[in-house]
Structure formats: C-alpha cells, structure tokens
Design a protein around this ligand. Structure first.
Ligand SMILES: Cc1cc2nc3c(=O)[nH]c(=O)nc-3n(C[C@H](O)[C@H](O)[C@H](O)COP(=O)(O)OP(=O)(O)OC[C@H]3O[C@@H](n4cnc5c(N)ncnc54)[C@H](O)[C@@H]3O)c2cc1C
Length: 231
C-alpha cells in the first residue's frame, strides 16, 4: 500500500539554469530505497511522479529535482513558501540497484540523472559497490549537467564518469553527440556481462535499449526508469 505523508518545504537549490532541487522535511516513517520515486501533490490537481534525488542515508530531508518547463506544476513549485505543507505519496518503483560482482553501467539522459544520483550517493555513503561502476551521462552542454562537480568527485573504489554532450564547448574529455552503441562498446569492457540501469525521457531510453541490443546485451540485464511527460 502506498503511504501518504504531509511534509513542509525547506529550501530550493538551483542545480543548473534549467533544473532545481526542492527539499522538504523528511516525514516520520518515510522510507525509500535509492532509485525510487514519490507522487508529489502540490494541490490544485497538480500531481507528478518525481524521483528522490537525495539518498536514504541523508535523513534530515527528502529532495526531488525538477526540470523547469514553465508548466503550471513548475510555477506552483516556484511559489512555495518556506514551511508550506504539501503531500507526498510513496515511495514507489522498482528502479533500484542490486549488488553484484558484474560491472554496473548507469546511463542518464538529462534530468534522468535524479534516481541515479540517489543510487550513487547511497553507494558512496554505504561504502558499497565493490564492482566497477560507470556513469554515462548525456546532456546538451556543460551548463546543463546537474550535479556535475559532485558526480565527478564521488568516492567509490572503481568508478568512472563519461560525459556525452551535444555541445562540448569548454568540456575536455567529453564525447560529442548522443550516447551510442559505439560509445558503449568503447567505454564498457565486456559489455555483454554488465548490468545496465537507464533513466531519462522515453525517446532516450528507447534509443539506448536499441543500442544495447545491437551490441548483444540481453534484455534481462537492463532496467529502465522512463520519465513520461518529456519528449
Ligand atoms: C517514475 C518517474 C519519475 C520521474 N522523475 C522525474 C524527476 O526526477 N525530475 C523531473 O523533472 N521529472 C521527472 N519525471 C517526469 C515528471 O513526472 C513530469 O511528467 C515531467 O516533469 C513533466 O512535467 P511538467 O510539469 O514539466 O510538464 P506538464 O505540462 O505537466 O507535462 C508535459 C506533458 O506531458 C504530459 N504528462 C505529464 N506527466 C505525465 C506522466 N506522468 N505520464 C504521461 N504523460 C505525462 C502532460 O499531459 C503534458 O502533455 C518522472 C516521471 C516518472 C514517470
């Protein structure tokens, strides 16, 4: 059964010019696994599923990060006053990471980074993930990379971040273009034995699934989190 909680707005943190994190008091009894989402009800029939972008080990607050689109939902978010109450339902979803010895490949398209950031922060805090972890992160340009500094300096024993940008201005060591079968083959050793978690808009998730099929990665090695509501 999905649980319903009232919580209070604490603060907003701008992650990029187009994405903002909103933090709320962590309701008593609210538990989640890194990678899950909640239904965030702002009243006035404005309800969206949003992934938790913080990790369960950060116990003071809960946080989601929204791509700002100018929608009524975003406008309502921007109007929240400190201490104002909203309702969250959850947590829900099966997009979480199971420990394994195989390489773990996390693939994010833009704001799809949110559940993966939660998973990575959680692994760092738990000092888990003894396997190789590769984050392949696609964005428009350098300014559009949410959580960049933090993701570049994560302390995991065997971790690598691969940036893929449409525009690579001021970004050394980034691939130019979209995440492709070619990049996956170059960056993931023994790609057929790795486990994959893909998160992002529907078009991006489908494109990556097709790319993985062309390099013979079995479907049961792939988990997806599809952010419906984006083109
Ligand atoms: C499991 C899950 C996790 C998500 N996590 C995040 C996150 O962490 N950050 C983030 O920015 N977004 C996330 N999303 C997407 C988010 O729920 C919104 O759909 C999206 O942000 C668009 O909302 P908007 O207010 O910008 O635009 P809107 O104007 O509300 O929506 C744009 C268009 O998409 C349609 N639409 C909106 N929501 C949905 C939906 N859930 N299913 C199908 N159609 C829809 C609307 O009818 C409209 O036509 C997630 C979605 C899912 C399913």
């Amino acid at each position: 059964m999905t649980m319903k909680y009232q919580t209070k707005f604490l603060e907003r943190i701008e992650r990029t010019p187009a994405s903002v994190s909103y933090r709320f008091r962590r309701p008593k009894g609210f538990n989640f696994t890194a990678g899950q989402y909640m239904l965030v009800d702002l009243g006035e029939e404005l309800v969206h599923p949003l992934s938790l972008s913080d990790c369960p080990e950060e116990t003071e607050f809960i946080e989601f990060t929204k791509r700002m689109t100018g929608s009524p939902y975003c406008r309502r978010l921007e109007s929240l006053k400190k201490g104002e109450a909203i309702i969250v339902k959850g947590a829900a979803g099966k997009f979480y990471c199971e420990e394994s010895d195989n390489t773990l490949v996390l693939i994010a398209g833009g704001i799809g980074i949110t559940p993966l950031r939660s998973i990575l922060k959680s692994l760092e805090k738990k000092k888990g993930a003894l396997c190789t972890v590769i984050l392949i992160y696609g964005n428009l340009n350098r300014e559009d990379i949410a959580f960049r500094t933090e993701l570049e300096s994560l302390k995991l024993p065997d971790y690598r971040l691969v940036h893929v940008l449409s525009d690579t201005t001021n970004m050394e060591n980034a691939y130019q273009g979209f995440i492709s079968a070619d990049i996956l083959t170059k960056e993931v050793p023994e790609s057929r034995n790795a486990h994959y978690m893909i998160s992002g808009p529907p078009v991006m998730v489908e494109a990556i699934k097709k790319a993985l099929a062309t390099i013979n990665v079995a479907e049961e090695r792939i988990r997806t989190d599809v952010f419906f509501g984006y083109d």
